[in-house]
Design a protein around this ligand. Sequence first.
Ligand SMILES: Cc1cc2nc3c(=O)[nH]c(=O)nc-3n(C[C@H](O)[C@H](O)[C@H](O)COP(=O)(O)OP(=O)(O)OC[C@H]3O[C@@H](n4cnc5c(N)ncnc54)[C@H](O)[C@@H]3O)c2cc1C
Length: 464
Amino acid sequence: MNMKNVILSEKNIPLYGEYDVVVVGGGTAGAVAAISAGRENLKTLVIEQFGSLGGSQTNALVHPIMPSFIKGNPITSSICSDIHKRMVEIGAAVNDDGPRDRFFDPNGFFNGTQLKVVLETMALEVGCKLLYHTRLIDVIKENNRIEYIVIHNKNGLSAVKAKTYIDCTGDADLAYISGVPCNSGDTNGVNSSMTLRFEMANVDMEKLSDYLIAGGQTEFIHYPTLHVDDFGWCPEFRRFVLEKHHLGELTHHDICHLQFFSIPGKPKSLSFNCPELGNGKNLIDADNLSKKQTEGKIAIKRITDFMKKYIPGFENAYISQIAPMLGLRETRRIEAEYIFNETDVFNYRKFADGIASNNFFIDVHGEDNSNRDKGYVDLPEEQKYYEVPYRSIVPKGIDNLLVAGRCAGLSFYGEATVRVQRTCRAMGEAAGIAAALAIAEDIPFRDVDGREVKKIMCLRGAEL
Ligand SMILES: Cc1cc2nc3c(=O)[nH]c(=O)nc-3n(C[C@H](O)[C@H](O)[C@H](O)COP(=O)(O)OP(=O)(O)OC[C@H]3O[C@@H](n4cnc5c(N)ncnc54)[C@H](O)[C@@H]3O)c2cc1C
């Protein structure tokens, strides 16, 4: 095909509004960044391409939220805790006071549909303006500052002006088009695998539980409303799935993470963490995303047919949701003032400007993770965690931009642990606080004292 470029002529476009802070991408980090900025009384606008907040948590159907695996289970973000409290109040999450030494913290299970309502309520309560069905498409810069962003929605093109911007697009869209250098993938540019998640309803949970227990599963099915399984945790299910895989009924990618989790407030429903759709270079290429959406739906049909045909409890179950958004684990990551990396993870490194703490393992999908627990230093249990420094959300080269969430300044393997929702939320909370400090002192983000950001996070309730 003969590819040609076309010239887009200059256009006179309306100014949508002026704000203290514009958060681009109202997802896991972005919703919290907006609530955080709102709590600092900043005039805040959220630009979001879907019609709800939550991003991967709500529109890619990614639940549960992982525990931090830090001994004592400290609060890593006060807003994260507030969200959990609100979710529990409406039956959309669980409050279980049991021990926290299990792989899955029951308190991590949540209802993504209800989370949309909770996040929106919390953002509106603190005065945030939400502009849905709108995509960021360009920037207008002056020297090292973003003066305007250009957005597109059904009204056409318009511009938004802000004193500060927070990129929470997951893919560093705003940073990338602003000229911030970005990395993507491992040393060969290969991104971690993506997944198209789905839910099934009308599952007979008692029957499924009986099958899993009879099949040798001893963990994760002790709660009256929670039935959790992982491919590896029920020996009989694992054996049976492998047998059928060898016979060609399920593909390698179908069975990669054939896990299902219960959903508080949806009693007979399960959330599936599959099918994986493979790793590869530049996964966010639009043609590739479209192809993966189609492949994903075909795989979902195959997996659900399999469950209905063979697994007790699924006889009358049906697909109730397919995620509108692909589950992307790792794509663009910015060059930041500090690149948080695997050495920091292995050394349980703490920083004076640490704004997010975690002890989740390095979890790359699409490659062998078996060496992931081999490099750690030996420390007392309560010190086994790392912190992500404020400098890792400060991009190189732009004065009034922060980047929070999985696209922050993280190495490939650093990202593979930091990417979980708890740390993304903590980075979002820190970004909202830093925006208030930068505006109050009229300084670039790189001059904001990260120790002050950490202090304010702690005053709000974080146990960093
Ligand atoms: C399959 C899968 C399973 C996972 N399992 C777990 C798990 O069990 N527990 C856990 O804690 N974590 C898990 N994770 C990791 C975690 O869910 C994500 O890394 C995290 O939610 C990403 O948060 P984020 O804020 O960076 O991005 P997102 O939450 O994805 O938010 C990005 C937002 O930006 C919006 N956006 C993007 N581009 C634009 C644009 N140009 N204009 C306007 N809006 C835009 C998107 O619509 C979205 O709302 C999983 C991830 C995947 C993919």
